[in-house]
Structure formats: structure tokens, C-alpha cells
Design a binder for this molecule. Structure first.
Ligand code: DP6
Length: 318
């Protein structure tokens, strides 16, 4: 039994930061993202009668340890739900630069879910692929779709209503990722969000902020107002980092280099450019802009970044 799928990564405009249930990656709040063009992971999954354990190959190299353990755990749940006994060989190929701070787990688990469901001839509706992708990595639920995507938190204990749906084409959006540091991050998003939920006194305010930001973002998308959408996204990113900073010990991702880029984007904006920032669980800064301003953003950030990546809006799972 063999299946294939390919998915692009995505970047959150309204962040997922906190789980109400850890095993199934059920989030506390809704989140909103844009799928990025050209930064993708292709997966082939083979459920093989002859295999004596699951195996994971990333860009040609056999991977063991935590990544394989996480995959095996995911596969155990998948096998149980689909009455499959065979171990699985998962072969992933990704062109996402590790240094860019653009999550590869989002595209990987979206593609793994798609490939495995195709292999076992399961329910291959996008909604179901999104649910299985979510169980691998929450943000992966959104990479099943292209353009602007909402992952609804849902309420059910089994996660049946916690999946993503598309919200619009996101036409004209360009994301410039500015690399501040290419060292591996000190605190994973998983650990960072768990610690924030458990210890940050600001966490209750986070949920309120997200519901307000989601409403504002939906209105901005409906009106085709990218400036308003980006402004809400920037606010949301700072709110996430502030909430995380108040955790014990502090969950701090931004560095001096991050602030240099944030300041330069602010300066560009004061000169009339449409450019805002968002940051995830790492020091790199992603600039939200449009094709009219992407060149000037690149030009101005080149001297203060280690590397820059420019992406348009990407399509969903293929
Ligand atoms: C800051 O999806 O990587 O990028 O569900 O534990 O795998 P797990 O977490 P993950 O967290 C992403 C956090 C974020 C915000 C976002 O993408 O919404």
C-alpha cells in the first residue's frame, strides 16, 4: 500500500499558541495562516508487510530519535483508526531551508497525512487530511489548503471538529523571511506553548486577543484590505511573544537582530511602504508585504539579514 502527497508550508497571521489537549493537538483558539509558494515537502508512504518497524527518511537520510518517535506515535493512532497492521516507510523530500525559520513540520505532516490516507484508501477529503495532519503538528492542519486558511479550534473531545478550511485566495500577499540566526532554536514551539499555557499569567488574555483579532482579520479579508489584515497580524504576533515572555522561565525567541529588522520595517512603513512583521517560535522575522513593495523590503533588509527568502501565496495539498 503506497501513497504520495506534496504540501507547502504556511505562516500564521493569527497564531496557534496553546493546546487544550496535547495528544491530539487540540488548540485553545482558532488560527489563521497564509500558505507559501514553493516551500514544500513531498512524501511517499509505504505500508509494507515485510517491514519490521516504521522508518523515516528525510532528504535521503535515515532519521531516528525524537522525530521517528513522534512519527511512530502518529502512525500508531493512524493504524488503529484504519485497521492497518503493517509498519510504514515514510520518505520525505523537502526544499525548505532549515535556516529560514519556516516550519517544515507544517508541510511534512500535511503531506504525511495525505500520503498515508491515500495509501490505505481512507477518507481523503481535505477536511479529514487536515484532521490527521493536525495530530502530527497543529500548524500542519492549515497546509492542506492554499491561500488564506482558518483552523477552527472546535469543541469536541475527539477533535472531530478541529480542522482547517480555506478563507480566500490571499491574492497579492508576499512574505519576505529575514533570517536573523541559523542556529537551531532553543525552545521548540511545542515546549514553548505548553510552558506559556501552564505558567504565563497573561495567558487568559491571549484567548480574548485571538478572538478579537480573528474577527478583525475576517472583516479585513472580506473587504480585501491587506493593510488592515497585516496590521492585525503584526499586533497578534507581538501579543503572542508578550504572553510567552511572561512564562516562567521566560519563553523568549526574539533577539537583537530581530528588533533591528522590526525597526527597519517600521521605518519603511513611515516612508509609505505596505510592510508589517510577524514572528514565530524563533528569532527570524517574516515581513508581510505585497509585490509593489517586496523589492524595496528586500533591498533595505539585505544589509541587516543573514539571508532573505521571498515567497508568494501557495496552493494546497497535491
Ligand atoms: C508559533 O504546529 O509547530 O508557528 O502542534 O506542537 O507541533 P505542535 O506545534 P506547531 O506550532 C506552531 C506555532 C507557531 C504559530 C502557528 O503556526 O500558528
Amino acid at each position: 500500500m503506497r501513497g504520495q502527497a506534496k504540501a507547502n508550508t504556511n505562516i500564521a497571521l493569527i497564531k496557534y499558541w496553546g493546546k487544550r489537549q496535547k495528544e491530539l493537538n487540540l488548540p485553545v483558539t482558532d488560527s489563521l495562516s497564509v500558505t507559501l509558494d514553493g516551500l514544500s515537502t513531498s512524501v511517499e508512504a509505504v505500508f509494507d508487510k515485510a517491514a519490521v518497524h516504521d522508518s523515516l527518511r528525510i532528504n535521503g537520510a535515515i532519521v531516528e530519535g525524537a522525530a521517528l518517535q513522534r512519527l511512530t506515535q502518529w502512525l500508531d493512532g493512524f493504524r488503529q483508526a484504519h485497521q492497518v497492521k503493517e509498519f510504514c516507510l515514510v520518505n520525505t523530500q523537502s526544499n525548505i531551508p532549515i535556516s529560514a525559520g519556516l516550519a517544515s513540520s507544517a508541510s511534512s505532516y500535511a503531506a504525511i497525512a495525505g500520503a498515508c490516507l491515500r495509501a490505505v484508501a481512507g477518507d481523503v477529503s481535505s477536511e479529514n487530511i487536515s484532521r490527521w495532519a493536525r495530530r502530527g503538528s497543529g500548524s500542519a492542519s492549515r497546509s492542506v489548503f492554499g491561500g488564506l486558511v482558518v483552523w477552527q479550534a472546535g469543541e469536541a473531545a475527539d477533535g472531530s471538529d478541529s480542522y482547517a478550511t480555506p478563507l480566500g485566495a490571499g491574492e497579492g500577499i508576499v512574505v519576505v523571511a529575514a533570517v536573523v540566526s541559523d542556529k537551531p532554536k532553543s525552545i521548540s514551539s511545542r515546549e514553548g506553548m505548553n510552558r506559556t499555557v501552564e505558567t504565563s499569567p497573561l495567558y487568559p488574555g491571549w484567548a480574548t486577543t485571538v478572538s478579537r483579532d480573528m474577527a478583525a482579520a475576517r472583516a479585513a479579508i472580506k473587504a480585501g484590505d491587506l493593510k488592515l489584515l497585516f496590521e492585525v497580524a503584526e499586533h497578534n504576533a507581538f501579543a503572542m511573544h508578550a504572553t510567552a515572555l511572561a512564562a516562567r522561565p521566560a519563553v523568549r525567541y526574539l533577539q537583537a537582530g530581530s528588533f533591528a529588522i522590526i525597526d527597519e520595517v517600521k521605518r519603511l512603513r513611515s516612508e509609505g511602504a505596505l510592510a508589517y512583521v510577524t514572528m514565530d517560535a524563533g528569532p527570524n522575522v517574516k515581513v508581510l508585504t505585497t509585490s509593489d513593495y517586496a523589492d524595496v523590503v528586500m533591498e533595505r533588509l539585505t544589509p541587516i539579514s543573514k539571508k532573505l527568502f521571498r515567497c508568494g501565496v501557495g496552493e494546497g495539498l497535491t
